[in-house]
Design a protein around this ligand. Structure first.
Ligand code: NAD
Length: 482
């Protein structure tokens, strides 16, 4: 069985970790490879390589650094289908979802290739007699990122392109559940001729994460994953004086007004809930219908959910894949049991979902709860599966108040034909990303990405203009010539 290696100083090297985990295809149960849980020593080796590469890379002219990203974009484009297939095989999402996943990642490479313009500072002549002032942006050293299982190609690409284009060097720890996509992406990175040590990869789990947080050679850490670990990484990096941005979990509310265009809205709502089997930090999780929207949404959503075809994401016609692992399936089923115990009613029950010929897949069918009350566990905790809660409110004010009670604030959406309702919602929602008649409020690469409240810890959000603030030191230079 293939055992994955780390990529350190421009070469594939064996991990010193002795614990190996299975990387499984979640649709078939087939073991695809073994991933090592690397050690603090492996992290140290990667950080030392990145530190050694830093002075030369930082001194490389910005347009020259950007040219590597043009090469990367070209090579990624050539391998889109291959990466999508690897992503589907280890994650389970449909091929079309995998293509979009990688496509969004590539958009970050494109955006970061504009680094010569993005990194420009400011200059003001004559702040006093004969004195000028300017700000310059400088890279800071070695940055690291820790990424989750749900977007294997995209999430690492929220960070790598900006970090290196701005002159830093980098170490990535992909999710140990989906390491194969980044393995192949790093083989492609290896082909663009970067100086050794500029980008490194260390496979592993929590020991690697903790080694990142404490390693004095790392200037900053990006984390994406569940809230409890995001909070832990934020605190640990704060204690060791690093820059940190930690993106956490979510519980996203979707408000539906009686004046919404019901057919188009419900199609979009269903896609938000069930896309990637509900394993998206932007997935709609609670549908909060206002007034007489409730019965219409309920009927249309039930029909849309029943039309979903569950199966192997590689197969044409399949519209929803499995969840990532057997233990995650148990967790999702546990939430369904909790919902029933709390008194909610199952309108559609996905617990007994089976796919012919694939007895070892982690199948959970589309699930809809109604009679859900605010405060129930299923209405407050992140389920991260194809399960939605239907709730009612009498007015927009009441709906906003219920949605804003959530401790999370990643995304929230409203469906309406009324501009005033949309504006009120955008202004008062406690979420960091708001959708108006859009169920997945995903900003593009050139806008910042990140939530609010317990969904985000830090100051500078991912990608967009804020990536530059995260990856550079803004130095002020005040000049007088005698
Ligand atoms: P996770 O928190 O289990 O894992 C994320 C990373 O943390 C992985 O690389 C993992 O190896 C590491 N990790 C796991 N346990 C750890 C521990 N005890 N100590 C230190 N590190 C540990 O998350 P996941 O299950 O891979 O991904 C799903 C979660 O990610 C969901 O909560 C989802 O909402 C969130 N997510 C958030 C965003 C966002 O933008 N806010 C985007 C994608 C996913």
């Amino acid at each position: 069985m293939r055992v994955l290696e780390n990529y350190i100083n421009g070469a594939w090297v064996k991990s010193s970790g002795t614990t190996l985990l299975d990387v499984k295809n979640p649709a078939t149960g087939e073991v695809l490879a073994k991933v090592p849980l690397s050690t603090e020593g492996d992290v140290d080796a990667a950080v030392k390589a990145a530190q050694a590469a830093f002075p030369g890379w930082a001194a490389t002219p910005v347009p020259v650094r950007a040219r590597f990203l043009f090469k990367l974009k070209a090579i990624f484009d050539e391998h889109k289908e291959e990466i999508a297939a690897i992503c589907t095989s280890e994650h389970g999402k449909t091929l079309s979802e995998s293509r979009n996943d990688f496509g969004r990642g590539i958009e970050n490479v494109e955006h970061a290739a504009g680094m010569p313009t993005l990194q420009m500072g400011q200059c003001l002549e004559g702040i006093s007699t004969g004195i000028d002032s300017s700000t310059i942006r400088q890279p800071m050293g070695v940055f690291a990122a820790i990424t989750p299982f749900n977007f294997p190609p995209m999430v690492p690409l929220w960070f790598i392109p900006y970090a290196i284009a701005s002159g830093n060097t980098f170490v990535l720890k992909p999710s140990e559940q989906v390491p194969l996509t980044q393995r192949r992406i790093f083989e492609l990175i290896d082909q663009i001729g970067l100086p050794p040590g500029v980008i490194n990869l260390v496979n592993g789990g929590k020991d690697v994460v903790n080694a990142f947080c404490s390693n004095p050679g790392i200037a900053g850490v990006s984390f994406v994953g569940s809230t409890s670990i995001a909070r832990h990484v934020y605190k640990a990096c704060g204690e060791s004086g690093k820059r940190v941005q930690a993106l956490g979990g979510a519980k996203n509310f979707m408000l539906v007004m009686p004046d919404a265009e019901m057919d188009k809205s419900v199609a979009n709502i269903s896609e938000s809930i069930y896309g990637c089997s509900g394993q998206r930090c932007l997935a709609g999780s609670v549908v909060l219908a206002v007034g007489d929207a409730y019965e219409k949404v309920k009927a249309a959503l039930l029909a849309a959910a029943k039309a979903i075809v569950v199966g192997d994401g590689m197969k044409p016609g399949v519209t929803m894949g499995p969840v990532i692992s057997a233990s995650h399936k148990d967790k999702v089923l546990g939430y369904i049991e909790k919902g029933l115990a709390e008194g909610a009613t199952l309108l559609l029950d996905g617990r007994h979902c089976k796919v012919e010929g694939l007895p070892h897949g982690n199948w959970v069918g589309p699930t809809i709860f109604e009679n859900v009350k605010p405060g129930m566990v299923i209405a407050t905790e992140e389920i991260f599966g194809p399960v939605v809660c239907l709730m009612k409110a009498d007015t927009l004010d009441e709906a906003i108040e219920i949605a804003n009670r959530s401790e999370y604030g990643n995304a929230s959406s409203i469906y309406t034909s009324n501009g005033k309702s949309a504006r009120t919602f955008a202004s008062r929602s406690g979420a960091g990303m708001v959708g108006i008649n859009i169920g997945v409020a995903a900003p593009m690469a050139f806008f910042p990405f990140g939530g609010a409240k317990q969904s985000f810890f830090g100051d500078a959000k991912a990608h967009g203009a804020t990536a530059l603030d995260f990856y550079t030191e803004r130095k002020v230079v005040i000049t007088r010539w005698f």
